[in-house]
Design a protein around this ligand. Structure first.
Ligand SMILES: NC(=O)c1ccc[n+]([C@@H]2O[C@H](COP(=O)([O-])OP(=O)(O)OC[C@H]3O[C@@H](n4cnc5c(N)ncnc54)[C@H](OP(=O)(O)O)[C@@H]3O)[C@@H](O)[C@H]2O)c1
Length: 243
């Protein structure tokens, strides 16, 4: 059985990814999010609020149980939040902890535990962190989001370097999925111009039908995962994937 652990599998890109990999007859998906929306005989839901770091710590054993029959294991850290869009100077201080916990601290704990729980199994292991183009450029109003995704990119690079130094064969990638038609994009289009100068550009993207649908993006990502994420690049954009 190929076990996938996918955070944020209840909607958006994460749900599309879970449904896409479940098309593979040997795939089992454990979805981690607050809500459960997928019903499938090989889907298991683990309710968890990734902004509650104590709860994350206390539930790690349920997310990563012994998998003696695993032929491969893949962790997809997909869940993330933008948090309230707004400029530094006008944010409540707890905003930063919230965004960093969901987007960086919880994914780091999941990666760490995934590698320690399954590193000795001798089967292919892959970690895919879903990043963002916003990791690579400053976007006003998205400070915590940009910074958390930039940190996730670097954490992925460090982890991949460590695995290479150990010749473990573990693959770690951080992928920006492009602009995908999800609830997160709806939140972006609803921002006030004074809190986010690019809002009209995102409204136009949507109006002109330039958003990818989650199923298209998920199909492309799953096909690349199935090929073993070829190539040396750790931090990638979806338009750099083959196909
Ligand atoms: N959409 C885009 O254009 C775009 C662009 C660049 C990067 N991305 C990245 O792509 C990934 C997926 O984004 P999306 O657009 O699909 O987002 P979305 O539609 O807002 O879905 C977010 C997912 O994350 C989960 N989630 C949010 N807060 C959580 C929490 N506290 N605990 C547990 N799960 C939580 C949600 O599940 P529950 O509500 O059930 O908990 C949901 O399944 C994210 O990493 C995002 O940064 C998206």
């Amino acid at each position: 059985m190929h076990y996938y652990i996918i955070t944020g599998a209840s909607r958006g890109l994460g749900k599309a990814l879970a449904e896409e990999v479940l098309k593979q007859p040997d795939a089992h998906v454990l979805g981690v999010s607050r809500h459960a929306t997928i019903e499938h005989p090989r889907y298991q839901h683990q309710p968890l609020d990734l902004s509650d770091i104590v709860a994350v710590e206390n539930n790690l054993h349920k997310v990563f149980p012994a998998r003696p029959d695993a032929s491969a294991l893949t962790l997809i850290n997909n869940a993330a939040v933008l948090g309230d869009i707004g400029y530094l100077g006008g944010q409540p201080n707890e905003h930063f902890g919230f965004v960093f916990d969901v987007n960086l601290v919880a994914p780091a704990m999941l990666m760490n535990t995934f590698l320690s729980a399954y590193g000795g199994l001798g089967v292919p292991l892959t970690v895919l962190n879903i990043s963002s183009g916003a990791a690579q450029r400053p976007v006003d109003g998205w400070g915590a989001y940009c910074a958390s995704k930039a940190a996730l990119d670097m954490l992925s690079q460090v982890a991949q370097k460590e695995q290479e130094l150990r010749s473990s064969g573990v693959r770690i990638r951080s992928l920006a999925p492009g602009i995908v038609d999800t609830d997160m994009q709806e939140q972006i289009r609803g921002a006030e111009t004074g809190q986010f100068s690019e809002v009209q550009r995102f409204v136009a993207h949507h109006a002109e039908g330039r958003l990818a649908n989650p199923e298209q993006a998920a199909g492309r990502i799953a096909a690349w995962l199935a090929q073993g994420c070829p190539g040396p690049e750790v931090v990638l954009r979806i338009d750099e994937l083959p196909g």
